[in-house]
Design a protein around this ligand. Structure first.
Ligand code: ZN
Length: 170
């Protein structure tokens, strides 16, 4: 398992709901955790490792152990607005200010198949919105302002030029 980089086409697919939580799923989530920590990220969505299902992991420091894996997630409520720097493990080296909701209320299933709700703000809320976008094939470059997008356009072209195809079986 490795992290797919832009412009891998899997990153643009709409991920399917996860139908069953089994041992294979738990093992993949563990591998995702290792990859995320290794890359010093705070969030990673399944499509970023070539697994097109509605699941992501977040460890932004503040959330508890049980609240790191989010399966078939939905945001129920968004409030406020905040324009802050963010990055993405599929775009190493690129940071840009993105407008996101300040607070969210959200719902997901954990690895035990239990439904739960969270209320989050700050980094966790931002990561949630970023990772949920990944499940819909949306990337943070889509949400950049025209000037930010222009500022990173050379870097994006470089990613496109050096892209070597999907590195993991889909
Ligand atoms: Zn990302």
């Amino acid at each position: 398992m490795n992290i797919l980089l832009y412009p891998d086409p899997v990153l643009r697919q709409k991920a399917k709901p996860l139908a069953e939580i089994n041992k294979e799923v738990c093992k993949k989530v563990e591998e995702m955790m290792d990859l995320m920590y290794e890359a010093r990220g705070i969030g990673l969505a399944a499509p970023q490792v070539g697994w097109s299902v509605r699941l992501f992991i977040i460890d932004a420091g503040g959330n508890s152990q049980e609240e790191k894996v989010f399966i078939n997630p939905t945001i129920i409520e968004e409030t406020g607005e905040l324009n802050k720097e963010e990055g993405c493990l599929s775009f190493p080296g690129i940071m840009s200010k993105i407008i996101r909701a300040r607070r969210i209320k959200a719902r997901a299933y954990n690895l035990k198949g239990q439904k739960f709700e969270i209320e989050a703000e700050g980094l966790v809320a931002r990561a949630w919105q970023h990772e949920l976008d990944h499940l819909n094939g949306e990337l943070f470059i889509d949400r950049m302002s025209p000037s930010s997008r222009l500022a990173v356009s050379q870097r994006l072209k470089e990613f496109e030029r050096t892209y070597k195809g999907t590195q993991v079986p889909v």
